[in-house]
Design a protein around this ligand. Sequence first.
Ligand SMILES: [Zn+2]
Length: 342
Amino acid sequence: MNKLLPTSTAGSLPKPSWLAQPETLWSPWKLEGEELASGKQDALSLSLQEQQQAGIDIVSDGEQSRQHFVTTFIEHLDGVDFEQRETVRIRDRYDASVPTVKGAVSRQKPVFVEDARFLRQQTCKPIKWALPGPMTMIDTLYDAHYKSREKLAWEFAKILNQEAKELEAAGVDIIQFDEPAFNVFFDEVNDWGIATLERAIEGLKCETAVHICYGYGIKANTDWKKTLGSEWRQYEEIFPKLQQSNLDIISLECQNSRVPMELVELIRGKKVMVGAIDVATHAVETPEQVADTLRKALQFVDADKLCPCTNCGMAPLPRGVARAKLRALSAGAEIIRRELAG
Ligand SMILES: [Zn+2]
């Protein structure tokens, strides 16, 4: 990537209303069978086109073929029973009815590789593919088999590594693991969370990223944020170990967040995807607001290692709002590119 400050998104983008209910997480599909399969492909093409029109440099599938960033991957694995559901507390924050791990987990066939190939055929831009991280996966399940969060995480790491290698072979440039759970379970992150991620990226030659955020802009998350006080120092607990890890890129929430920007100094040397778009509000940032956040980040990230990004996925936002936010991201990055050139 030669362009300075290449822009990207954290992951999901809104789906068209003919495919799924807008502004809804886990929204059910509106199509079935063959129609659903081709509808997902059409939505993926459309999402790509919208990203390119908005000037996004590192593009993605917008997660158009998944209902949810964690559960869709898990649905494709053996050993998990989606009929037997239990209520668990997700990220220590809200209760959800989740599937049960009843036997050894395994991946019989690729989950997203066909989709990645399809995306690769349609663009020459670098592509980034998001997968759930092991810790966030175990946190979205009831485990009746391994009875150990760590053991199950290692199993998932092996499976993710199989998928990641095939995504790389399909032409994916950056593989990203979503680990919002890293912001909650600090001891586990340092004991084995980062180690399982390193297992998941073992042998990959493409770039690798971890996305650590404060979650989608849903009520459970915005309520939780209100309890975190005036300074959010969660990243401080895990950055030192992440800085030492083999991961290339760290994706963070910085726009309207109370994370003190100087914490980013703790991962100096890594590429940083700086969240400069707030996904918890429909208010569209001005390019100048985006530029302000990037300017602050540049005190702690070298310019050749900074990628302007969104705080998190935008699946729950109205489509027009998401499009406008992507344009603001590009325009804000361009302001800074001109400043750096001048
Ligand atoms: Zn996120």
